[in-house]
Design a protein around this ligand. Structure first.
Ligand SMILES: *Cc1c(COP(=O)(O)O)cnc(C)c1O
Length: 396
């Protein structure tokens, strides 16, 4: 039986390779951090992790994970509502709710699950979901699993959002859905204007803070802090897999009844295993750290400003950003790949993105800054960009 299917897959894989879209994994032999070791033994500076606050290998979180491992064991062997809820899970849920000024929180194995299990329990075909065109894949999948009418607006285009809201006025309920920060450009959703439109057209508001929580806003509370609207969204989803320690785990936080309904009906919550205690224990420590000091956010914001200033000064074209994502525009797919390869030779690990991940003719290198970076790391990265940029004729 496998023979014909095998040939079919081989052909498909060949096409993916020929299109230049085949994904290879690069093997790292060290913990995640500003400097990592590749399996070739080469040490490189890492500018492509979502390790925004430098917490992925933070001693305090490693210690907290170890403590929870010893006090609460390794695995839960259960979903939450059978016998998979420990006091640790409840504590972390409360801390996340407080962090975002929300009423209650539900943990998931990942934000992919939080988004996958969000819409179907809450909305029916009588309702409308109005979604930014560049929202994350997990939102797109979650919306697909729900029977609500779907409306899409162009990325952060408020005229288009208003138009879609008008079209959706006959529906029973309307839910506007947006990423807080969009991962390819690093641009922020205009939550102030979205909130105004939500009020005007009687819509609920959901924000996915995966790339913005911990990063955006003076104290890292995300886009609702940036726009002075803390506690105003109805639903926030996010991940523990990026700024918040980088391990695994997702959450939905929001209005009490919404979270209560998700506890009854959200399928990835009901039918998938409970988060391991070590991750939950480290998460609790992490949110405690966040409430004690903004040192890491401050350093990240300084690093981003420093990098942007020097790179713009060197003549690079970078998309306006309010996050820790800097899209260095090259506008040519092949150039983006060669540029990234040459930077790796210089000891700088970044990734070039091109169509279909970004629009045609918008190839780029995405640089992600971290509080783990020291100024010397940033200087080496900038020097690498300048050298390769001059060699490849990108800058003068
Ligand atoms: C990374 C990301 C996710 C997925 O988070 P996981 O916890 O890794 O599943 C969801 N939404 C957005 C906007 C993201 O950037």
């Amino acid at each position: 039986m496998y023979g014909r299917f095998k040939t079919h897959l081989q052909n498909e894989l060949k096409q993916i390779r020929q299109a230049g879209l085949f994904k290879e994994e690069r093997i790292i032999t060290s913990p995640q951090g500003a400097e990592i070791t590749l399996d070739s033994g080469k040490k490189v500076l890492n500018f492509c992790a979502n390790n925004y606050l430098g917490l992925s290998n933070h001693p305090s979180l490693v210690e907290a994970a170890g403590e929870a491992l010893r006090s609460h064991g390794f695995g839960m062997s259960s979903v939450r509502f059978i016998c998979g809820t420990q006091n640790l899970h409840k504590t972390l849920e409360k801390k996340i709710a407080d962090f975002f000024e929300m009423e209650d929180t539900l943990l998931y194995a990942a934000c992919f699950d939080a988004n996958g299990g969000l819409f179907e329990p809450l909305l029916t075909q009588e309702d409308a979901i109005i979604s930014d065109a560049l929202n994350h894949a997990s939102i797109i999948d979650g919306v697909r699993l729900c029977k609500a009418q779907r409306y899409r607006y162009r990325n952060t285009d408020m005229e288009d959002l208003e138009e879609q809201l008008r079209k959706a006025q006959d529906q029973r309920f309307r839910l506007i859905v947006t990423d807080g920060v969009f991962s390819m450009d690093g641009n922020v959703a205009p939550i102030d204007k979205i909130y105004e439109l939500a009020e005007k057209y009687d819509a609920l508001l959901m924000i996915d803070e995966s790339h913005s929580a911990g990063v955006v806003g003076k104290t890292g509370r995300g886009v609702t802090e940036l726009f002075n609207l803390r506690g105003k969204a109805d639903i926030i989803t996010g991940t523990l897999g990026k700024a918040f320690g980088g391990a695994i785990g997702g959450f939905t936080t929001g209005k009490r009844e919404i979270i209560e309904m998700l506890r009854q009906r959200s399928r990835p919550y009901l039918f998938s295993n409970s988060l391991l205690p070590a991750v939950v224990g480290a998460g609790i420590r992490m949110f405690d750290m966040m409430s004690e000091t903004t040192e890491l956010q401050d350093k990240l914001h300084q690093n981003t400003a420093y990098f942007m200033t020097k790179m713009l000064g060197a003549g690079f074209d970078i998309k306006p950003t309010q996050s820790a994502i800097c899209a260095v525009m090259l506008y040519d797919a092949k150039l983006s790949q060669e540029f990234a390869a040459r930077l790796l030779d210089e000891g700088i690990y970044v990734i070039g993105f091109y169509y279909p991940v970004v629009p045609q003719e918008e190839a780029r290198i995405r640089v992600q800054l971290s509080a783990a970076h020291e100024t010397s790391h940033l200087d080496r990265c900038i020097a690498g960009f300048k050298k390769v940029g001059r060699d490849l004729g990108v800058i003068g």
